[in-house]
Write a protein that binds this ligand. Structure first.
Ligand code: SF4
Length: 449
């Protein structure tokens, strides 16, 4: 194989799926190559020394000067004619669509420093057979949730600096997972029988900001690393997709039509934390309450069935009776479906600990109770409005008393349930059609149709 500047690395072939590797370019490209090769070997792939002994070839390219571009394009052409199955990575992959235009038959293209993304493509085009005697992890990975729902983490860290939170100092700035990897994992979970994906991160709306919404690849097609595109792609899996920890950035508005069209669940878990502009500023939160109210109204006009869940903090340092009253007014107007609330609790290392005016613990707790009482009436009214409606529910459990399920409006573990008393003709993971017959402030009661 071509190995003009950095050597193509050659390791004796074995019986496992075999990948050929051509590496061009500078030491940085060489280091990328090492990472990919390490991952390939760790996962049990063999590295093939010849094109015809390989099941697939990865070409690690350089795009620094014209001569390097030329050389990289030639190397891709050679690999295509000698082998036919080619994944391209490296700097040339980041230079617009020059690779796809010159060589449209390549399987996938990534930019540099994309070992995980490259591995995602390798998994797509050359899956490693699962070996139950060797592989500790089942094909869908290890999960702590029941078989029918799973959490899917799309990024780690956070670029905000909310004064009550130490996550950015613990986990660092936002790092989005390559979209190809996320979608691949989602696909594997769906194939393993998962019926509901719960999308999580510290800041779900910010997905892709750190990589400037870089284009990744899924199933050979380009997909931008951005929440809307991720949701559209997840919507193709035919299972429920539920969004958590969504901050009210303007881009969230683009997700609501996807909910109205049924591509993802009409459910937003969106932590507002407060409604007083003064407190939001002290918290260093990005959104103002007025704007939020307008946007909630707009979201509901586009998707009337949307369930909005939020969390709030009472007794933040400096919170006055007026600030708290403003928060209650917000709740009365916003009429959110589900609300969680915590009394402010100083976290070691958080900036907010230095702020003046921390209300006594009793006041923080009393305000929490008042808030939850106000919200209990709102939640009860919203649930009562669902009586007589027919809906699809996902069964979580069946016991002696009947069936516990959830509709689009209830996330597992944090919201209420749809309870079918005395109904046993279902299994966890079944979707069933029900009619709502009763409600209280947390749960709905239903009969199968
Ligand atoms: S509260 Fe959320 S958005 Fe704010 S800093 Fe912590 S993780 Fe980031």
């Amino acid at each position: 194989m071509s190995n003009e500047q950095n050597s193509g690395i050659i390791i004796p072939a074995g019986a496992a799926p075999r990948v050929g590797f051509v590496s061009l370019g500078c030491p940085k490209a060489g280091s990328d190559a090492e990472q990919i090769l390490t991952k390939l070997r760790a996962e049990g792939y063999e590295i093939a020394p010849t094109y015809d002994g390989a099941d697939l070839v990865i070409v690690n390219t350089c795009g620094f000067i014209d001569a390097a571009v030329e050389e990289s394009l030639d190397a891709i052409g050679e690999a295509l004619s000698e082998n036919g199955k080619v994944i391209v990575t490296g700097c040339l992959g980041a230079k617009g669509d020059i690779v796809q235009t010159t060589h449209p038959s390549v399987l996938a293209v990534t930019g540099p420093h994309a070992a995980d993304e490259v591995m995602g493509h390798v998994h797509t085009h050359l899956p490693k057979p699962h070996d139950p005697y060797v592989d500790l992890v089942p094909p869908a990975g290890v999960r702590l949730t029941p078989d029918h729902f799973a959490y899917l983490k799309i990024s780690e860290g956070c670029n905000h600096s909310c004064t009550f939170c130490i996550i950015p100092s613990l986990r660092g700035p936002l790092v989005s997972r390559p979209i190809g990897d996320v979608l691949k994992e989602a696909e594997a979970l769906a194939e393993s029988g998962v019926k509901e994906l719960l999308i999580i991160s510290q800041d779900t709306s910010a997905y892709g900001v750190d990589v400037k919404y870089r284009t990744g690849f899924w199933g050979g097609r380009p997909v931008k690393t951005r929440l809307k595109e991720l949701c559209e792609a997840l919507g193709e899996l035919g299972i429920w997709v539920r969004l958590h920890y969504v901050y009210p950035y303007p881009s969230v508005d683009d997700l609501i039509p996807l909910m109205a069209e049924g591509k993802i669940l009409p459910y937003l878990d969106i932590p507002f934390q407060h409604a007083s502009p003064r407190i939001l500023k002290a918290m260093r939160r990005p959104a103002s309450a007025e704007n939020v109210l307008e946007r909630i109204a707009k979201w509901r006009s586009i998707c009337p069935d949307i369930t909005i869940r939020s969390t709030f903090i009472t007794g933040f340092p400096g919170e006055t009776d007026e600030d708290f009253e403003q928060l209650l007014q917000f709740l009365e107007t916003a009429r959110l479906d589900r609300v969680g609330c915590f009394p402010y609790s100083p976290v070691e290392g958080a900036e907010a600990n230095e702020l003046a005016g921390l209300p006594p613990l009793e006041v923080r707790e009393e305000r929490r109770q008042v808030l939850m009482e106000v919200q209990a009436d709102i939640s009860a009214e919203k649930l009562a409005a669902k009586i007589d409606r027919e809906m699809t529910v996902l069964v979580d459990a069946v016991d002696d008393d009947g069936t516990l399920a959830r509709s689009a409006g209830e996330a597992p573990e944090i919201d209420g349930l749809v309870i079918l008393d005395g109904f046993h003709d279902a299994e966890p993971g079944d979707f069933i059609q029900v009619r709502i017959v009763d409600s209280d402030e947390h749960d709905l009661y239903a009969e199968p149709i």
